[in-house]
Design a protein around this ligand. Structure first.
Ligand SMILES: [Zn+2]
Length: 501
């Protein structure tokens, strides 16, 4: 392609966005145009999107069917969006129609849907796509916030809007965890002999703080009980136990229970299982789903409620005095908490969710092989191309402009023809095209300074300059975007580019 045929120009300024924002460089490079009225991807930006689009077309991925409608607006609801529900009701009736994978681009967003025999199966079907995107972004230098606490399925499954998403980052080791999935380090207290379970009168001490003050123990020696109810047709009572100095993360808890959502339980429901609000503990409780944070079994001799008004127990020990149905990481991490990898204080950072992920279960239902009606499993995956390219531009620029990773660059070579080198540039242009190397030829009547500055702003991996001077020195000037220039005979330059790309 020739520079003069492009639509879109480099810009001296992009006051709309500060220089640390990737969009500043996308606008200055003539990739993106944005105004108060809206935004447009210019032809060069479209080439970036095409290269992004090629990522899930790589070999080894399952075939997808084209998808003809845009993703439901974010944040995605916890229950199947109504349009999707009706669509599946009309078109999916039996297991023979499953699984199905649909995917397509809608503007700058890639949206994929898997329909399968369960939500987990649908999720698993989209996972290879997820991994491919993840890898491409990672290779492009984008720091992805992750949540190892949840399964990969929940990673970046942020259903929050772009502006409100937050990550916790470690300034020392680089750990990034997207909220609310971020993890924190939990140090177990030293082991000590188990004390007997002893009731103590704790009048008025119905909060962790007042309890710790009253007994003169740190909050880390207490256990906090949180009663919740699952959201849905037949709510189940969930009893979550964390250390008194920590908070329960409802999304983590819901995820590890595999439920859609949780809400605070009513006082009546709490009393029904034999617990007393304000003085509750799992000791003696029956009929609730007990989930304890993984630090609790390692914390001996805790203070916990006695399920009796005005009383607590000391010497409460997991295993001996109570059991759990599930032990998992269910605490929320916050800024200042120790990094799960290295222990340094975590810092809050804004995050741009690039990949969105959600799974749902029907209604509607389908008939399985045995003729039994089962809820249809659906999973959706969305790549926000705008967020992806913004993040990639942020990770790949310097003060002169962009510096695209070769896999995503709109063109591999920026070929500049200067005075006296026009004919040689034309023949190299033809040879590069022949070799299948994407090249942009800048043969405009502009000064070398302007052309070089534009090449830096656009940021293709290689700049090749042909001028009277370079020819006098023995060939063409070959320069990686962030490296030193050298003169090579045209054939050698071509061979070098071929091997590099
Ligand atoms: Zn760290």
């Amino acid at each position: 392609m020739r520079y003069r045929d492009l639509f879109g120009q480099t810009q001296r300024q992009a006051p709309r966005f500060p220089a640390e924002d990737g969009r500043h460089w996308l606008m200055r490079g003539g990739y993106l145009y944005e105004a108060a009225e809206g935004g447009v991807w210019l032809p060069l930006g479209q080439r970036l999107l095409q290269n992004l689009a090629a990522v899930p077309q790589a070999e080894g991925l399952p075939q997808t069917l084209p998808l003809g409608w845009p993703p439901p607006p974010l944040p995605w609801p916890r229950t199947l969006p109504p349009l999707l529900q009706k669509l599946l009701e009309a078109h999916v009736h039996a297991y023979r129609q499953l699984p199905r994978l649909l995917a397509g681009w809608h503007g700058d967003r890639w949206y994929a849907l898997a329909v399968d025999e369960s939500a987990a199966a649908a999720r698993a079907r989209l996972h290879p796509f997820w991994e491919r995107w993840h890898q491409a972004l990672h290779e492009g230098g984008v720091v992805l916030a992750e949540a190892e606490a949840a399964s990969a399925a929940a990673v970046l499954a942020s259903t929050q809007s772009r502006a409100s998403a937050q990550a916790l980052a470690c300034p020392r080791c680089g750990y990034h965890g997207l909220q609310p999935w971020a993890r924190r380090q939990k140090s177990a207290p030293p082991a000590e002999p188990l004390q007997p379970l002893t009731p103590v009168a704790t009048p008025q001490a119905n909060t962790i703080r007042s309890l710790a003050e009253f007994l003169g123990v740190p909050e880390s020696r207490t256990a906090k009980a949180v009663f919740l109810e699952t959201v849905g047709a037949s709510p189940r009572l969930v009893f979550a136990v964390v250390r008194g100095d920590m908070q329960v993360s409802l999304p983590k808890l819901a995820h590890c229970l595999g439920v859609q959502g949780l809400r605070p339980a009513s006082e009546e429901a709490i009393r029904r299982v034999g617990a007393v609000p304000g003085y509750a503990s799992p000791v003696g409780v029956k009929g609730a789903w007990v989930v304890v944070d993984d630090l609790i079994p390692q914390s001996p001799n805790l203070v916990a409620g006695a399920n009796r008004e005005g009383y607590h127990f000391t010497g409460v020990n997991y295993g001996r005095d109570f059991q759990a149905d599930l032990v998992a990481d269910i605490v929320a991490a916050a800024a200042g908490d120790p990094c799960p990898r290295c222990g340094a204080g975590l810092e809050a950072r804004p995050a741009h969710p690039i990949l969105h992920w959600q799974a749902w279960e029907g209604p509607p239902t389908y008939l399985d092989a045995a003729g039994k009606a089962r809820p249809v499993g659906v999973a959706a995956l969305l790549l926000d191309g705008y967020a992806a390219l913004t993040a990639l531009a942020e990770a790949n620029h310097d003060q002169a402009g962009l510096a695209w990773p070769p896999a995503l660059a709109p063109f591999a070579v920026h070929l500049i023809a200067l005075r006296g080198g026009e004919a040689q540039a034309e023949s190299l242009y033809a040879a590069l095209q022949e070799a299948g190397i994407p090249v942009l030829l800048d043969a405009r009547k502009a000064s070398p300074g302007v052309k070089f500055a534009d090449a830096d702003l656009l940021g293709f991996p290689w700049r090749v300059t042909v001028s009277k001077r370079s020819l006098a020195q023995g060939g063409v000037e070959l320069k990686p975007r962030r490296g030193e220039a050298r003169i090579l005979p045209p054939e050698a330059a071509l061979a070098r580019l071929r091997s590099a790309l």
